[in-house]
Design a protein around this ligand. Structure first.
Ligand SMILES: Cc1cc2nc3c(=O)[nH]c(=O)nc-3n(C[C@H](O)[C@H](O)[C@H](O)COP(=O)(O)OP(=O)(O)OC[C@H]3O[C@@H](n4cnc5c(N)ncnc54)[C@H](O)[C@@H]3O)c2cc1C
Length: 383
């Protein structure tokens, strides 16, 4: 089956061929050991897929966000876990759109060659939660450096990344005119003194951590863009993140549909394939429709992003619709497989767990709904 794969064969075919070298057994073992898929990420990097968004003059292939989403979709639909490596794709735009020429020259060629990974982003904090403007991590300028103190949570891929995008307050909340002002973004080398990571064991095999920041010194030249404007840069980057995640969910969704359809066609109970029963067919057909519809919004959002049009609403809608559709497809897939859906060797239970994450992270459902209610529909702000 080739559902939803009618564009970009020049990307889909080679990415899918690479992914086929990392089959079920590989992902099952990685999941069971709660290990990081080092070989997979290494292979993607060597083949140049992890530097897709880096402009050619810095050693990358200069692809658009739309094309990057196709790569991420293929990773998911191959049965792998794109969450192990999507960070570099969405962090990239923060650096590309707001970083200085010196920062780009210093880091991008080394990221493109695979010498450095920029897979981690530290935004969420334990007490602020989704209310990002309340972050407590502070950065104080001292001569040619910033000294950073604070705490982050859910900082993913940190232990498999040399670079992290870090958000900190450079002006206290009480001293800014607007609460979104006064935050800044830094490019941090993760092996620096003053950083301590404590892994969080979680439902998915997702390398993620509590991060304690104690007098971390970051050279002032690693401030991205202007001091105090970091929240805007992060928001722009988050739009890219949402669109990329939407594509991953679409990839998961097609994977669930294909697995459901294949199994429903093969499994014989009461002397006929279970897929002959409309009680099995209809939920699969419905889940497929939802994936197709969400996919349209994913391409719309990606195209707006590439044209540098405002795309907050589209990015949020794409992520939400795709995450919901993929979760529905996951449920249908599990139900279609009956008891075997719970057996690790079928991969369904693993993908089921993986797909659930995206209704919560990188932004949870309620926050998307409230964004649309307020910013698109003009309803009163609720918080
Ligand atoms: C596996 C994993 C990986 C992650 N990776 C990263 C990462 O790499 N970097 C990073 O910075 N963060 C990361 N996160 C954090 C993630 O972005 C947050 O968990 C997510 O945005 C939700 O924030 P929270 O957990 O603080 O929930 P909270 O803000 O505590 O909210 C809890 C619940 O209440 C709801 N809620 C809160 N306020 C309102 C309101 N006013 N109205 C209605 N509902 C509301 C939320 O929607 C949510 O459902 C990761 C999380 C997970 C689980």
């Amino acid at each position: 089956m080739n559902l939803g794969r009618d564009n970009h064969p020049e990307l889909r075919e080679p990415v899918s061929a690479l992914c086929s070298e990392f089959g079920s057994a590989y992902w099952q073992e990685i999941d069971e050991k709660r290990a990081y898929p080092e070989k997979f990420v290494e292979a993607l990097t060597k083949a140049g897929w992890m530097s897709a968004l880096i402009p050619e003059q810095y050693g990358g292939s200069g692809l658009s966000l739309t094309e990057a989403t196709v790569i991420m979709e293929e990773l998911s639909r191959s049965g792998g876990n794109a969450g192990s490596c999507h960070g570099q794709m969405y962090n990239m735009n923060t650096l590309l759109r707001n970083g200085s020429e010196a920062q780009k020259k210093r880091y991008l060629p080394r990221i493109a060659s695979g010498e450095l990974r920029m897979q981690a982003m530290g935004v969420t904090e334990p007490t602020a939660g989704t209310d990002t403007t309340k972050i407590k991590t502070s950065a104080v300028r001292k001569g040619d450096r910033y000294v950073i103190n604070g705490q982050k949570v859910w900082t993913s891929r940190l232990q498999h990344s040399e670079l992290m995008i870090l958000l900190a307050r450079t002006t206290p909340l009480t001293e800014v005119a607007r609460k979104a002002d006064g935050m800044s973004v830094f490019l941090v080398e993760t092996k620096s003194k003053g950083l301590e990571a404590k892994p969080i064991r979680n439902m998915v095999n997702h390398e993620t951590n509590q991060l304690f920041i104690d007098n971390l010194e970051v050279p002032a030249e690693n401030l991205i863009g202007e001091e105090g404007k970091g929240f805007r840069y992060i928001l722009d980057g988050l739009n890219a993140e949402r669109i990329l995640i939407a594509a991953e969910c679409i990839g998961d969704g097609y994977w669930f549909i294909e697995r459901s359809t294949n199994y429903a066609g093969e499994r014989v109970v009461f002397d006929r394939p279970i897929g002959q029963n409309q009680g099995i067919q209809f939920p699969i057909a419905e889940a497929y429709m939802e994936i197709e519809a969400a996919n349209l919004m994913r391409y719309k959002a990606a195209s707006f992003y590439d044209q540098k049009k405002s795309c907050g609403a589209e990015a949020n809608m794409a992520k939400h619709l795709a995450a919901k559709a993929s979760w529905e497809a996951a449920n249908v897939c599990l139900q279609t497989h009956g008891g075997f859906g719970f057996a690790a060797e079928y991969d369904v239970e693993r993908k089921f767990r993986e797909s659930r994450l995206y209704l919560v992270a990188p932004i949870s459902t309620n926050l998307i709904l409230s964004y649309l209610a307020e910013h698109v529909l003009g309803l009163p702000r609720s918080f």
